[in-house]
Design a protein around this ligand. Structure first.
Ligand code: F6P
Length: 749
C-alpha cells in the first residue's frame, strides 16, 4: 500500500501538472492555427478578387459585383462578403451578410482583422483597403464564422481533462505492478490508435474506452490539417504569382525552395564573338520557370551551353532571368561520359521509351545505369551544398532523377521532397522489364509527394510498387508506405503561366496572319495549320503528315488552299532513333510536297529549327488550326499554349487522345493519331468549322487553362507540402508528450 501511495501521489501530481499545463496550451495552439488559417483564407480570397472588385466598384451595373460576392460566399466557412465605403457605409454585400453586422473600422492601408460576437456566435471580419491610383476607394470585408474554433478548443480541453481524470482513477485502483503494466499498455494503445490500418482507417475497436477520446482528439488534430487541401478544392481563387507568393509566405514561412532538373531554364551559347541566351524547347522549363520567378530560390540544373561556364560566378551561380533577375541558377557540370550514360543512355534510351509506349524498344546498359546513379548522387550533393536550412522544400523534376529523392532524404531528413514525373508512367508489366525497377521505385519513394499528370499514371505507379516492393498501398488516399515512411502519390495536371508572358507585345491576329504567311512562303489566302514540337518520335509528326496526305487525297479542293507549317526543334540528335525520326519526317514531307505541290505552293512547310516562345506565339496567332498528334504524352503544353495565344477566341485545336491534356481540353477535336484517315477528316472538319462554334470551343478551353494555370499546379503541391510539415510538427509534439513512456514510430516527412 505504501509503495502504491509512493507511486500514486507523484503520479497524480504529475497528471494534474500535465493537465494544467497542456490542456489550455493545446486548446490555444489549435485556436491559433485555425484563426491564422482563417486570416490566410481571407487574404487569398481578397487577392483573387480585388482587381475585379476595383474594376466594377464604380460601374453603374452592380450585378457583376453582387454575383461575384454570391459565388465567393458559397465557401463553407465564409459567412459573407461586402464592400464598404471609406465612410463606413455598406455599398455591396452577398445575400448572406447578417443584417445586424456593421461595416468594421477599415484599414487605412493594408488589412485589419476584427473579432466580434454576433447572433450568439463569434465572427472575424477582415477588412482590406481597396486602392485605386493611390486613393482608398473603400474596404473589401470578408466575414468568417469563428464559432467552430471555440467548439473545437473546448471539446479538446474537455476530453483531455476527462481522460486524465479517468486515468488517475484507474491508476488509483491498481497496484504498482499493474500501474506499470497499464502505463505500457496505454502507450501501446495510443500508438495503435494513431497508426493507420491496412485499409487506411484506424484501429478504434481495440482501444480501451478511457483512451479512445484522447486518441480521437489527437486524430482530429491531424485531420484538421486537411484544411489546406480544403482550401485548394473549395476556394477557386484566381491563381497568380502573387497568390503563390502569399501562400508560400503564410503556409511555408521561411521555407527555402530548391528546384532540381536536368534541363536549365537559360542556356548561354557562344556564337562567334557574342554570347546568346536561349530558352530551351521544354515543357518542364515552360511550366517551372514562372513558378521559380514568382517564389525565388535556387534552380539546380545541368550547364549544357557552350558559354555557360564563362557566365557563372565561382560558386557556379548566375542570377536569372537575365533581363530582371529573380532567382539563382546553379549549374552542375557533366563530363561527356556522364552525359552519354546518364542523359542519352539510361534516361533517353531506357526510361523515355519505357514510359512512352510507342513501340520503340528501350535499351538498358549496366554502364549507363552506373552513370545514372553517379549523376543522381552528384545532383544530390549539389542540393545538400545549396541548402541553407535543414528542412528545405526540394522540387525534383522528371525521369532524370528517379534516385535523387531517396538520396536527399537520407542526407536531409527534414526536407520536404516534391517530385514531379513529367512523362507517363506505364503499367506494371511494361515497367517490370526495367532491370533496376526496384531501385527506381525505392528512389522515388524517398519523396514526400510524388506527382503525375493523370490519375491513370498514379494508379500505374502504385500498381508497380504493389507488384515489385514490400509496401503498404492505399489507393483511395493515394499513399504508399514503406520503411515507416509514407509518400503521397497524386495527380497534378501541369499547366502554363496565365496570362502568358509571350503574349505581351504580340501584333493583332490579322497582322500575325499576314506576317507568318509571308515569312514561311504560304499563299496569303491559304488556311494554315501549325505544329510545334521537338523532333521526337513520340510526337507523331510523320503521322500528321500522313493525315494531311489523306486530306488532300479525299478533299482535293484544299490543294493550293491549305498548308501545314511544322516547326520541329532538333533534339537528342546524338541518338540514332532521333536522327532517323527527323530523316523519316523530312522524306515524308518531301514526297507529299512532290505529289501535291503546285508552283510555289507546298502542302507541308517543315522548319527544323528552334523557335523562341514569342515566335511560337506569333505562329499560333496566325494559324487557323493547331495539330497536336502525340502518340503518347504526359501532358503536352503546346496545346495549352495555342489556346493561350488566341485572345481573339478563334482557331481550332486537333488533339491526340493519347496526350494527357486531352482530359482537360475536351472541346478540341479529339483524334487517334494512329488513324491517319480519321485525323485527315478531323482537319477537314476543323477547317470548315463555323466561326461561332470555333469561338464557343476556344472560349471554354481558355477558361479551363486560365483557371487551372501553372500557379494553381504549384499551389496545390505546396499546400499539400505545408499540410505534411504541420502534421510532422504535431507528431513531434505527440512524441514529446509520449517520450517518457517510450518512442512512437514516425510517419510521413
Ligand atoms: O517531357 C519530358 C521532358 O523532360 C519535358 O519536360 C521537356 O519538354 C522535354 O522532355 C525536354 O527534353 P530535353 O530536356 O531532353 O531536351
Amino acid at each position: 500500500m505504501r509503495m502504491a501511495l509512493r507511486f500514486l501521489v507523484p503520479l497524480l501530481l504529475l497528471l494534474g501538472g500535465i493537465a494544467w499545463a497542456t490542456t489550455p496550451l493545446l486548446g490555444e495552439l489549435i485556436a491559433q492555427w485555425l484563426r491564422a488559417d482563417v486570416e490566410m483564407r481571407s487574404q487569398l480570397v481578397f487577392e483573387s478578387i480585388q482587381d475585379t472588385v476595383i474594376r466594377n466598384a464604380t460601374a453603374s451595373d452592380s450585378r457583376r459585383i453582387d454575383g461575384l460576392f454570391q459565388r465567393v460566399a458559397r465557401d463553407e466557412r465564409l459567412l459573407a462578403v461586402g464592400l464598404c465605403s471609406p465612410e463606413g457605409r455598406l455599398i455591396h454585400r452577398s445575400a448572406t451578410w447578417p443584417l445586424t453586422l456593421k461595416c468594421p473600422p477599415g484599414a487605412a492601408n493594408g488589412a485589419a482583422f476584427q473579432v466580434e460576437p454576433l447572433n450568439g456566435g463569434t465572427v472575424l471580419s477582415a477588412a482590406f483597403a481597396l486602392q485605386e491610383e493611390g486613393a482608398r476607394i473603400g474596404d473589401l470585408v470578408i466575414v468568417h464564422d469563428l464559432s467552430f474554433i471555440e467548439r473545437r478548443s473546448a471539446k479538446l480541453e474537455r476530453y483531455l481533462t476527462v481522460f486524465l481524470a479517468g486515468l488517475g482513477l484507474v491508476v488509483a485502483a491498481t497496484t504498482v505492478v499493474v500501474a506499470r503494466l497499464a502505463r505500457r499498455d496505454w502507450v501501446r494503445a495510443v500508438r495503435r490508435g494513431l497508426a493507420p490500418t491496412a485499409r487506411g482507417g484506424t484501429a478504434d475497436r481495440s482501444l480501451p474506452a478511457d483512451i479512445a477520446p484522447l486518441v480521437r482528439e489527437m486524430r482530429e488534430m491531424l485531420r484538421n490539417l486537411d484544411v489546406p487541401r480544403g482550401i485548394s478544392d473549395a476556394i477557386r481563387v484566381e491563381w497568380t504569382p502573387d497568390t503563390l507568393r502569399s501562400l508560400l509566405k503564410s503556409e511555408l514561412p521561411g521555407a527555402e525552395v530548391l528546384v532540381v532538373s536536368n534541363r536549365e531554364p537559360y542556356i548561354h551559347n557562344q556564337e562567334g564573338a557574342d554570347i546568346r541566351v536561349q530558352r530551351p524547347a521544354s515543357g518542364l522549363v515552360t511550366a517551372l520557370e514562372p513558378i521559380v520567378r514568382a517564389c525565388g530560390g535556387t534552380w539546380i540544373a545541368h550547364g549544357s551551353g557552350s558559354a555557360d561556364a564563362a557566365t557563372v560566378d565561382r560558386k557556379d551561380h548566375i542570377q536569372v532571368p537575365p533581363e530582371s533577375p529573380a532567382y539563382t541558377l546553379r549549374r552542375v557540370w557533366l563530363s561527356d561520359e556522364e552525359q552519354d550514360g546518364y542523359y542519352y543512355g539510361l534516361a533517353n534510351e531506357g526510361l523515355w521509351p519505357l514510359c512512352h509506349i510507342v513501340f520503340v524498344r528501350p535499351t538498358f546498359r549496366a554502364a549507363d545505369w552506373a552513370q545514372y546513379v553517379a549523376v543522381n548522387r552528384k545532383f544530390a550533393d549539389a542540393v545538400v551544398a545549396e541548402a541553407q536550412s535543414p528542412d528545405p522544400v526540394v522540387l525534383v523534376q522528371d525521369y532524370h532523377f528517379a534516385l535523387l529523392p531517396k538520396m536527399v532524404r537520407e542526407r536531409l531528413p527534414g526536407a520536404t521532397v516534391i517530385t514531379f514525373w513529367h512523362i507517363p508512367w506505364p503499367n506494371p508489366e511494361v515497367f517490370g522489364i526495367c532491370p533496376w525497377r526496384e531501385e527506381i521505385l525505392q528512389g522515388l519513394l524517398g519523396s514526400s509527394i510524388l506527382g503525375f499528370h493523370t490519375q491513370l499514371h498514379c494508379l500505374n505507379f502504385l500498381d508497380s510498387v504493389d507488384r515489385l516492393l514490400e509496401c503498404r498501398i492505399d489507393r483511395e488516399h493515394g499513399t504508399a508506405r514503406t520503411g515507416g515512411r509514407e509518400t503521397l502519390v497524386r495527380p497534378y495536371p501541369i499547366s502554363i503561366e496565365w496570362p502568358p508572358s509571350a503574349l505581351v507585345g504580340q501584333a493583332p491576329v490579322p497582322e500575325c496572319r499576314v506576317a507568318v504567311r509571308r515569312g514561311y512562303g504560304v499563299p496569303p489566302a491559304a488556311l494554315l495549320a501549325v505544329g510545334v514540337e521537338r523532333f521526337d518520335y513520340t510526337k507523331g509528326i510523320v503521322d500528321r503528315f500522313r493525315a494531311v496526305e489523306h486530306l488532300l487525297d479525299r478533299h482535293p479542293e484544299w490543294i493550293g488552299r491549305f498548308s501545314l507549317l511544322q516547326i520541329a526543334a532538333p533534339t537528342r540528335s546524338k541518338l540514332p532513333i532521333y536522327r532517323q525520326t527527323q530523316a523519316e519526317a523530312e522524306a515524308a514531307a518531301n514526297a507529299i510536297n512532290e505529289r501535291f505541290g503546285r508552283g510555289d505552293w507546298r502542302p507541308i512547310v517543315l522548319v527544323a529549327r528552334h523557335h523562341e516562345p514569342e515566335q511560337v506565339f506569333t505562329l499560333f496567332r496566325a494559324a487557323d488550326l493547331c495539330l497536336v498528334s502525340s502518340l503518347h504524352d504526359g501532358m503536352n503544353l503546346v496545346a495549352k499554349e495555342f489556346v493561350a495565344a488566341r485572345d481573339d477566341e478563334d482557331g481550332v485545336l486537333v488533339l491526340s487522345s493519347f496526350a494527357g491534356v486531352s482530359r482537360e481540353l475536351s472541346e478540341a477535336l479529339i483524334v487517334n493519331p494512329y488513324d491517319h484517315g480519321a485525323m485527315g477528316e478531323a482537319i477537314h472538319r476543323g477547317l470548315l468549322m463555323a466561326p461561332e462554334q470555333r469561338r464557343e470551343r476556344m472560349h471554354l478551353m481558355r477558361a479551363m487553362v486560365s483557371e487551372n494555370n501553372v500557379y494553381f499546379w504549384a499551389g496545390r503541391m505546396l499546400l499539400e507540402a505545408a499540410r505534411l510539415r504541420k502534421r510532422r510538427h504535431i507528431e513531434e509534439q505527440i512524441d514529446r508528450v509520449t517520450a517518457p513512456f517510450g518512442r512512437r514510430p514516425r510517419g510521413t516527412a
